[in-house]
Write a protein that binds this ligand. Structure first.
Ligand code: ZN
Length: 450
């Protein structure tokens, strides 16, 4: 039997309040570019703007954020911390307006709320800790100080929040955000979470937490023996895949640990997806943005596992921010490279950077030889993006539709290359970041993807 083709979608990741104030934009985008779906997010609540029910508020582990303004200074402006569900006090009138206007325009609405990769700084009692039980180093805070994904009290409440969103708002689907560990540029988060709840969950999946912790300790010990000369030899040797594996620890302990983390998240996502479909029917879709293929496993995404519990794969942005598909690897190279230079005094910056580009299979691209992030630097974002999409095609099974992230907020030529990469990888549409003033870019989206 041949499976039916995946549904084509153009999903606009938009701002709830802006669309509520000018809902006529929906019909315009439907006609001009073929928009099928909106995914509204409020910058105030970090969800689509859902109001909590009385039951959710009573059970909510994050209700007291207004008493934590020292840890969350933006709370003084009324901005909610990004946590794993729906917190009370939100006026949902703007979201209701967007839902009504979308129905009139024949456009789907996907609800949006965050999960785990932020909020640990405001809620240390639910935060990720490393394998030694220590809180995450604030040095990497810009990449996220996350929540533990295995805390039963948070998981149960989050599941109720998702069910509330689909039942009380009748949205056509949910695309959750932050369904991941902090971005892998946060080096310390790579060895999280080491709490008892994660240990129990890992052992249920058949992993030995103590063996992995011992293996990673041993790997770190050996890393301390790295010298500038040894590093230079590694660069010049152009390592093969089997050599990389040998270097990631005895028995491939890094691979085992990263797979374990990813399976923990995938299991939680599958439980959420099942609850959503049970509450709203099988036509209500559930999924999340994921990291691009090159860093997916490092951030907690094993596509093969993820696809079992979700109805689609998408991403947050083409470039920029924490999850931009073309900037994730440069961010990792900048942070890991900086750490390696501190760990191996006297190492050459060019060696460290070359080794890391090679690790991610980027070394044939026109990339800087110094740590990324220097003033005036120009990265070949379109080439990097196309590579990640080629890898997406190669590494996803085809079981669910692919909606790669297209940031069409800049000049038309860049938008054209991003959209072409989506076409070339066999994408089933895209998740769009739009600037409505950029009419040429909008037209390109319509031509290539609409
Ligand atoms: Zn944990």
């Amino acid at each position: 039997m041949v499976a039916p083709p995946h549904r084509r979608r153009l999903i606009w990741f938009c701002q709830t309040e802006a669309v509520a104030a000018a809902p006529q934009v929906l019909a315009r985008l439907r006609d001009e570019i073929g928009l099928t779906t909106v995914m509204p997010e409020s910058p105030v609540s970090h969800t689509s703007g859902f109001a909590a029910s009385a039951e959710l508020a009573a059970a909510g582990p994050f209700e007291d954020w207004r008493a934590r303004l020292d840890a969350w200074p933006r709370g003084r402006e009324g901005v909610y911390p990004p946590v794993a569900g729906i917190v009370s006090g939100v006026d949902d009138a703007p979201l209701r307006r967007v839902i009504d206007a979308s129905a009139r325009a024949g456009i789907e609405v996907w609800g949006h709320l965050g999960l785990w990769s932020y909020g640990g700084d405001v809620y240390p009692e639910h935060a990720l800790c490393d394998l030694e039980g220590r809180p995450l180093d604030r040095r990497y805070a810009r990449w996220g100080i996350g929540l533990c994904p295995s805390r039963p009290v948070v998981h149960d409440w989050t599941r109720q929040c998702l069910v509330h969103a689909v039942r009380d708002y009748g949205v056509d689907g949910l695309c959750v955000d932050h369904a991941r560990y902090p971005a892998p540029a946060n080096l310390h988060a790579l060895v999280a979470c080491g709490c008892d709840d994660c240990r129990n969950a890992a052992e249920e999946l058949g992993y030995s937490f103590d063996a992995m912790r011992q293996g990673l300790r041993g790997w770190l010990e050996r890393l301390r023996g790295l010298t500038p000369a040894r590093l230079r030899a590694l660069v010049q040797a152009r390592p093969a895949a089997s050599e990389w594996l040998a270097w990631v620890g005895d028995g491939g302990v890094w691979v085992e640990w990263l797979e374990c983390r990813a399976r923990l998240l995938a299991r939680q996502m599958a439980a959420f997806g099942a609850a959503v479909r049970q509450a709203a029917g099988a036509t209500c879709v559930f999924g999340s943005d994921v990291f691009p293929p090159s860093v997916a496993l490092l951030g907690g995404h094993l596509y093969e596992e993820w696809e079992r519990g979700v109805d689609f794969l998408t991403g947050g942005a083409s470039f920029g921010g924490v999850v931009g598909w073309a900037t994730c690897v440069p961010s990792v190279v900048a942070e890991w490279g900086g750490a390696l230079l501190r760990a191996v005094p006297g190492a050459a910056e060019e060696d460290v950077v070359a080794l890391l580009w090679r690790l991610f299979g980027y070394d044939d691209l026109a990339l800087p030889r110094r740590l990324p992030g220097q003033p005036g630097e120009e990265l070949p974002l379109e080439d990097i993006y196309a590579r990640e999409l080629a890898r997406l095609r190669a590494s996803s099974s085809g079981a669910v539709p692919l909606y790669p992230p297209v940031t069409a907020t800049g000049r038309a030529e860049r938008t054209r290359r991003l959209c072409q990469a989506v076409v070339d990888c066999g994408g089933n549409g895209a998740l769009l970041n739009l600037d409505l003033q950029q009419t040429e870019s909008l037209a390109v989206v319509g031509q290539l993807l609409g």
